[in-house]
Ligand binder design. Structure first.
Ligand code: SF4
Length: 504
């Protein structure tokens, strides 16, 4: 037996990215939607990092990922690894592989976990090896901190200014995205929402980039919690949205997007442009907020600490800290939401998501979105937040496969819950979209029925409802918040509101 050929397993460990390199090395990142990426870029640049957002992943990236990394990996890994590889290749053609390895580092999510999330570093390492760029540096951010201690040296400091900036950027981006998707399907002048949103994101990029951060560790936290800088900026954005005229009497099904984190978050070829496709098919999209995932991670951590009460003497302290952080996250989200007139959706209560999912999916099964896919589908159904849930499941994803299986039991109990689990392979678009179209057709029928029932309940005809709406121009502003009157669709809620549901 040739022992020389056998080597021990070693975890991927990049050479350090040092503080002195920060002025010359560019941090690459991506994998979120464009609004979140741009605002995070502003927050990182504020801290002195040079940054570059990777282009959106394409089918070509998927094929590159399959070619260079392990073929059996889940499709988000193929997309992101291929996306990075193609970027590095194109840069290396302009300069050289050695130059690219020196000029850039890549930061992405990856952690020890129940699913393949825990093996991301190996997929990336294999990709780099097959690309002939082993010396390129990749740093993985774990769900619970910095993985592997890889970012030794202080080139990349995962400190409080970094974390707080990134979280605040994500919260603002979530709210802007939610607002955009609630307005665009109803805009009277096509293209207006898009223009306002592009301006708003650019404006917020500058707000983050030029933030006058103050204080040390605690000072930064207090600054973020206490400043009205972001609320004022959201107020500005609200005024821009106010000028958009909408017609919310258009009957449209609301489709809630859930699924694996990457696929539900990105907007592009990686998920067949599902957001835009649904809108083009006549739906209102209810996008997936990243904040819900952050909230879930804290719920999960809190439960873990609670289990260690009486075993770990610091468990109570840790439990208190994570619960406080969770409360502050929700408090901040709600404050920001308030600055946008409470038009964006609220964060669902994590306790409720857990309880809804518990009979079908064990809350301790971590990996991916855990029990949230079941919880969110039932939450949207119970509270009439959407007519249909579209779950984006990556090909070969372990947690999503389990969720889809558990949903079979949920659908057995609630046959009228419209649920479209789409397996996303990246190269089977027609199959996935036609499946979605079938459920969407039923969602459209449900939205129409709901609208007609609202008219009947309120004693209005479509013409009378239109006349009442025309007589209240304030309601035609994109920032007017139609109260939830027990219907999922905007048109049905508006009809009930016009008839005075708010007073009943
Ligand atoms: S959740 Fe699914 S797609 Fe995401 S890393 Fe885990 S196995 Fe892969």
């Amino acid at each position: 037996m040739d022992h020389a050929a056998i080597g021990h397993y070693r975890a991927y460990r990049p050479r350090p990215f040092t503080r002195s390199e920060r002025d010359t090395v560019t941090v690459l990142f991506g994998g979120l939607h464009w609004r979140a990426e741009r605002l995070i870029q502003g927050a990182l640049e504020n801290l002195g990092y040079r940054t570059r957002i990777l282009p959106g992943a394409t089918k070509e990236d998927l094929l590159t990922g399959r070619e260079l990394a392990d073929i059996g990996q889940c499709c988000p890994t193929s997309f992101t690894a291929g996306n990075l590889a193609n970027f590095l290749r194109s840069e290396a053609v302009r300069t050289s592989a050695a130059d690219v390895a020196q000029k850039y580092v890549y930061v992405t999510a990856g952690a020890c976990g129940a699913c393949r999330f825990g093996q991301y570093h190996q997929s990336y390492e294999l990709t780099l090896r097959n690309l002939g760029m082993e010396s390129f540096r990749i740093f993985l951010l774990a769900q619970n901190g910095l993985d592997q201690g890889a970012a030794d040296g202080s080139g990349l400091e995962l400190n409080l200014p970094f974390t707080m900036g990134a979280i605040w950027a994500v919260l603002v981006a979530d709210l802007l995205q939610d607002m955009e998707y609630q307005v665009r399907p109803y805009e009277v002048n096509p293209g207006e929402t898009e223009r306002v949103m592009r301006d708003a994101v650019q404006y917020f990029y500058e707000v983050f980039r030029t933030s006058p951060l103050r204080g040390g560790k605690a000072g930064v936290v207090l600054w973020y919690l206490g400043t009205d800088r972001f609320l004022k900026a959201l107020g500005e954005v609200r005024r821009s949205f106010e000028r958009i005229e909408v017609d919310r009497l258009r009957v449209k099904p609301v489709v809630k997007i859930t699924g694996e984190f990457y696929l539900q978050t990105v907007e592009g070829e990686a998920n067949y442009n599902i957001h835009r496709w649904l809108e083009a098919e006549g739906a209102e999209v209810y996008p997936a907020a990243i904040a819900i995932w952050l909230d879930y991670l804290m719920r999960y951590a809190a439960r873990d600490y609670a289990d260690h009460l009486g075993i770990d003497r610091l468990a109570r302290l840790k439990l208190g800290a994570v619960k406080t952080a969770q409360a502050l996250l929700r408090f901040t989200y709600n404050r920001m939401r308030g600055a946008l007139g409470n038009v964006p959706h609220e964060l669902p209560d994590q306790r409720e998501l857990y309880e809804l999912a518990a009979p079908h999916y064990h809350g301790r099964l971590s990996g991916g979105e855990g029990d949230m896919l079941i919880g969110k589908a039932l939450w949207a159904y119970r509270h009439k937040k959407a007519h249909m849930t579209c779950e984006l499941s990556p090909y070969a994803c372990m947690p999503n496969t389990m969720s889809v299986g558990a949903m079979a039991a949920v659908l057995g109990k609630h046959p009228d819950l419209l649920y479209a689990p789409l397996e996303i392979k990246g190269d089977a678009e027609v199959h996935a979209l036609s499946r979605c179209q079938m459920i969407l057709a039923e969602a459209k029928r449900q939205a129409q029925r709901e609208y007609e029932e609202a008219l009947e309940r309120s004693g209005l005809t479509p013409e009378k409802a239109r006349a009442l709406y025309d007589a209240a121009p304030g309601m035609k502003r994109a920032t007017y918040r139609v109260p939830h009157c027990g219907a999922a669709g905007a048109a049905a809620n508006l009809v009930l509101h016009l008839a005075g549901c708010a007073r009943r």
